[in-house]
Ligand binder design. Structure first.
Ligand SMILES: Cc1cc2nc3c(=O)[nH]c(=O)nc-3n(C[C@H](O)[C@H](O)[C@H](O)COP(=O)(O)O)c2cc1C
Ligand code: SF4
Length: 454
């Protein structure tokens, strides 16, 4: 049994409490403003008291592998060294920061983003195996356009080494730990999933063999970044995959993978229920009608999806997904609980957690050891001040985020990761006026935070 205010040890690094900001794309890129953008996006969470910030996915290679526009690459040691300003800013407020490392594989922009492909005709589409039949069918009807390159065994080792190198640069820049992007249909999930992984070498076949890639990534990180750097990962259970997908990571498989990873030395695990596809199962909530209609993004959508007609088709799929994946409070609870009962490392829970009461129940009930939120941090960058406010009695604090998802799809059009729902931004403004985000060591710097777009 634990409480939100209790500290938590993750691989020897102490978090001052059990609230974390889940990895969310900051869309900071690598340009001259990248570090300032990251500080602007992440420092308010630290300043308002969060225990841990998980920076959104960053890419371990200098070319390819970006799942979405505007992702930051961490393959260049000179660039990563500049991130010390970010880690210092977070540490100054007593928080910790982990960087998430990613390669998109078959989910990368070189496979789905028409404009990016046209600009990078020579980029290989790196894949674990030949794409599954369902995706080949979409390729044949012209909805997707694959020209895949299957990694050979040596190249799999090279990719794992790139994760290790980026981890080394990140630790040198002051990051407290490494988070592997193990889910959300990126290449690590593609190795874990029997839907994607049909390999016949040491990285394919049994569950143990499919887990080998993430274990190798872990070994590379430890070899290059140090034996004592905490390493955590999301672990997918593909329970949200449509019924026609028969080969998938079941909930029981997900639990077994977690047990293996805890045995291999991972310092914390984040079990998440996802699909095999990159879809709305990870951001359950409403269909973002406002964002799809928004004139400002029309051109960006058409560039990303290839035409206005295809944009309409993607929007339709997004609508169907919003019907399939109902928002359910704390939707990963059943999975995190099963994992927490079987492993001795901390288990982190995220996905649809919205009130202080839910948080207290999850922690007190042993469903997890720490609690994270994603979209609510876009809506309220200083959310921890309210969630951790001990004056709020009884603890009925709820986030203002309404799960409308207007912040999600514009990112395909290279838009910033911010809340885009005016009524929600008004609520945040009213709370700010009422002093709800003033807290503890608040120096006033976060008070001017006005992020969000109407
Ligand atoms: C716009 C957006 C970007 C995200 N980016 C990442 C990411 O980079 N890495 C990751 O593991 N999860 C990512 N997620 C998933 C979140 O970490 C989180 O699991 C998800 O939003 C569910 O939590 P929530 O209901 O509190 O938002 C993203 C979610 C959203 C909405
Ligand atoms: S647009 Fe704002 S309210 Fe809607 S899901 Fe995103 S952060 Fe939450």
């Amino acid at each position: 049994m634990s409480a939100l205010e209790d500290p938590l040890d993750v691989g020897g690094v102490e978090l001052r409490n059990r609230l974390y900001r889940a990895p969310l794309l900051e869309c900071a890129g690598n340009g001259p403003d990248a570090v300032d953008t990251l500080i602007r996006e992440l420092e308010p969470a630290a300043e308002s008291g969060v225990g841990l910030i998980c920076q959104g996915a960053t890419v371990v290679r200098g070319e390819g592998g970006c799942a979405a526009p505007g992702m930051t690459r961490v393959s260049d040691p000179e660039f990563v060294a500049r991130l010390e300003r970010l880690t210092d800013a977070v540490h100054d407020h007593g928080s910790r920061i982990f960087v998430q490392l990613e390669h998109g594989g078959l989910r990368s922009m070189e496979t789905w983003h028409a404009g990016y492909r046209a600009d990078h005709p020579d980029l290989k589409q790196l894949v674990v195996s030949r794409p599954p039949r369902a995706l080949r069918a979409l390729d044949r009807v012209g909805f997707l356009d694959y020209d895949p390159y299957v990694l050979d065994t040596e190249e799999v080792y090279d990719l794992a080494a790139d994760f290790g190198r980026s981890a080394e640069y990140a630790v040198d820049a002051g990051y407290d730990g490494i988070h592997i992007a193990g889910a959300n249909a990126g290449i690590v999930q593609q190795f874990l999933s029997p839907f994607y992984n049909r390999r016949s070498d040491e990285f394919g076949g049994s569950l143990a063999a499919r887990t080998r890639f993430i274990e190798l990534v872990f070994e590379e990180i430890r070899d290059r970044a140090g034996r004592d750097v905490p390493v955590v990962t999301k672990v997918p259970a593909e329970t949200a995959a449509p019924p026609f997908v028969r080969r998938r990571v079941s909930l029981a498989d997900g639990v077994r993978i977690c047990e293996r990873l805890a045995g291999a030395g991972f310092d914390a695990l984040v079990p998440v229920q996802v699909s095999v596809f990159w879809d709305a199962s990870i951001v359950r909530g409403e269909f973002p009608a406002r964002a799809w209609r928004d004139e400002r993004f029309r051109g960006g959508y058409a560039e990303a999806f290839g035409s206005t007609a295809r944009t309409g088709l993607v929007a339709l799929l997004n609508w169907l997904q919003s019907k399939m994946y109902d928002f359910e409070p704390a939707w990963n609870r059943r999975y995190t609980r099963q994992v927490a009962e079987r492993v001795s490392v901390p288990v982190l829970a995220e996905g649809g957690i919205r009130t202080r009461n839910q948080i207290d129940r999850l922690l007190a009930g042993g469903d997890c050891d720490a609690v994270g939120m994603g979209r609510p941090f876009y809506a309220e960058p200083r959310l921890p001040a309210r969630i951790l406010d001990e004056r709020a009695e009884p603890r009925e604090t709820a986030v203002v985020c309404e799960n409308c998802n207007n912040c999600t799809v514009p990112q395909a059009a290279d838009a910033r990761g911010v809340c885009r729902t005016p009524s929600v931004l008004e609520k945040r403004g009213a709370l700010r006026e009422a002093g709800a985000y003033d807290r503890v060591e608040a120096s006033g710097r976060g008070e001017s935070d006005d992020r969000g777009e109407s």
